[in-house]
Design a protein around this ligand. Structure first.
Ligand code: BDR
Ligand code: CA
Length: 434
């Protein structure tokens, strides 16, 4: 039954979260864009007066059972031979107009990713998304000193993966210090333990014996040998990545692209000029970008120009915490609550998780491919990513610096509500999984 826009605006809406149908190799179940959720009407919930078809109030419990029933029916109807339902998790909060369903298109083979992290409250947010989204295969996680000393980073990373029920993901310890700089940390932002001082139980998981650079090498080479490529998502100082690309350039065969959190076209955070990850190890950032250009690996910079925009409200964090069970959702909510309390705000950024969103939903970014240099010398500007936004069609023959040899795809804008919803909805769907 079609509904007019006016009527749609007046009737209740619920959201089916996590209704994920795997698309068989022979073709999609529904025609959807390759990124982001698609929404279609669910028949049978189109009462005119803020009520369902049978006159009942749109209370959550009622909507939840209706949604589950409708979702099951639709899933059965749309299913093609070989497809598989990955999860149906229910509804979310009050329902403005109409009942919808979300069907994520999951490629037959989910995209392989590797995260390089300095966990880190917001690295934890990134790990939770990468560990729970069905369109990603998290193949490995490598650790580097940054927000906290590397041993704390390893422990925090294992804690997150254990909460997400991902004991299958190998984790390795990497560089404990920058290439030249003295190691520092950001405990004033991330807490004494580097991950919000939540009092969360210590993990039972252990890192593996390989060094992070070896795990990165082996994962990329294994992908290449299998005819695949992984997407590298560094959300930390680029020390491990610089060492990888210079030591084992052949790994480029197994790398589809690098989507890194770091840098800024505008202003910094560690200093007025420089963003923390690049400031912490500027030489590594310069080497990683240079090596990627040499090896023709495409690079996207998810920097401070977009980093703070996707946020989750404190009230939504409470909802995540209420799931309980010390799983992905509770941990995610506690991380957001920590940031809200520490900075006295009623919402907090998902931070590094935005870089994972950029892998899942690249269309949510506004980008420009721009020349870039890392400032390695400046007294007040060391660690700055100098993004050249001049019009290169002009006469720059008098610029003594010339055009930088490196160009990256720089994120200058983000569909922040879309990314916030992607993060929150994915993790709510994962619920209390441990
Ligand atoms: C970056 O620095 C760290 O504090 C965060 O984890 C993020 O990767 C932001 O500058
Ligand atoms: Ca980080």
């Amino acid at each position: 039954m079609a509904t007019s826009p006016e009527a749609q605006a007046a009737v209740p809406r619920a959201v089916v979260e996590g209704l994920v149908v795997e698309v068989p190799p022979t073709g999609p179940v529904v025609e959807v864009p390759p990124t982001g959720p698609v929404v279609t009407d669910v028949p049978g919930w189109e009462g005119p007066d803020g009520e369902g078809p049978d006159g009942e109030a749109p209370v959550e419990q009622e909507a939840r059972s209706r949604v589950a029933a409708v979702a099951t029916a639709i899933t059965a109807r749309d299913r093609r031979p070989g497809s598989r339902v990955l999860g149906v998790s229910g509804t979310r909060r009050p329902y403005p107009p109409h009942l919808w369903r979300y069907v994520d298109r999951v490629p037959p083979t989910a995209r392989p990713v590797v995260l390089d992290v300095d966990t880190g409250v917001d690295d934890a947010c990134a790990l939770l998304l990468a560990a729970t989204h069905p369109a990603l295969q998290l193949r490995a996680v490598t650790c580097v000193g940054g927000n906290a000393p590397v041993d704390d980073v390893v422990r925090n990373t294992l804690t997150v993966l254990e909460a997400a029920g991902r004991s299958d993901v190998p984790v390795a310890r990497g560089a404990e210090r920058p290439l030249l700089e003295h190691p520092t940390d950001a405990r004033h932002v991330h807490g004494e333990d580097g991950m919000g001082d939540l009092g969360w139980p210590a993990p039972t998981l252990r890192p593996e014996p390989r060094h992070a650079v070896e795990l990165l090498r082996d994962t990329c080479m294994a992908a290449a040998d299998a005819g695949e490529q992984v997407t590298l998502v560094p959300t930390a100082p680029l020390t491990n990545i610089a060492l990888l690309l210079r030591t084992y350039p052949a790994t480029a065969r197994g790398i589809a692209e690098i989507v890194f959190m770091g840098g800024a076209a505008q202003s910094g955070n560690a200093t007025a000029s420089a963003e923390f990850n690049v400031f912490h190890d500027p030489e590594a950032a310069a080497i990683a970008l240079d090596a990627a250009a040499d090896l023709a690996i495409p690079v996207t910079m998810y920097g401070l120009d977009v980093f703070y925009d996707p946020v989750v409200a404190a009230a939504e964090a409470d909802e995540l915490v209420a799931v309980g069970g010390r799983g992905a959702a509770e941990l995610a909510g506690r991380l957001i609550q920590f940031q809200c309390e520490r900075f006295g705000r009623d919402a907090a950024t998902i931070g590094d998780a935005g870089a994972v969103c950029a892998v899942l939903d690249p269309g949510g970014l506004t980008t420009q491919v721009l020349p870039i240099r890392v400032e390695l010398a400046g007294r007040w500007s060391r660690g700055r990513t100098i993004v050249d936004r001049r019009d290169w069609s002009g006469d720059l023959s008098h610029d003594p610096h010339g055009e930088p040899p490196v160009r990256v795809r720089v994120a200058l804008g983000v569909a922040h509500e879309r990314y916030s919803a992607l993060w929150r909805d994915t993790i709510l769907s994962a619920g209390a999984t441990r």
